[in-house]
Design a protein around this ligand. Sequence first.
Ligand code: FE2
Length: 195
Amino acid sequence: MSTRLLDFVTAMTRLCDASPADEALLLERAAPLMRALVAQDDWLPSAMAVPHPQHYQQHLLYGDPLDRFSLVSFVWGPGQKTPIHDHTVWGVIAMLRGAECGQRYERTPAGALAVVGEEAWLAPGELEVVSPTLGDIHQVRNAFDDRVSISIHLYGGNIGRISRHVFMPDTGAVKDFVSGYSNALTPNLWAGEQA
Ligand code: FE2
């Protein structure tokens, strides 16, 4: 069995021990770890690659017990997309299988939403970074209407439990949300109280 995921978690834990509050340094050093993680598509457990017919899935792969980082398998069914949303913590998105398209936004001084740049295509092996300091608002979709795509997301906190925001595209109106995790069938220490 591949030790790719365990190797990643070990290295990421050591990195957080060494640079706990330095976002720039964490991003700089986490990027090559994420690149190595998605360099080969031979390690993701099949249960963490299951799509849902209606909703994109966020399977928690690992949650740091000190909430310094979390790692999520983001599984897109054909044609699925997120609302426009933010994260409030840094994140590194690495494409594993298929492809996704991301459109960035920013808030204008008047509170509306403005498109930033062109929609970007993320291919297997490529990375995307988000953070409150580098640009945190985007909308992401499966690039394909006829197949599953999977990206691996690393966040600088327990993303499933963090209160963040979705934005209405026309008005910029903001709504709080907590994404949770899709791993309903396994005990999940990192999603709060156990059922
Ligand atoms: Fe996102």
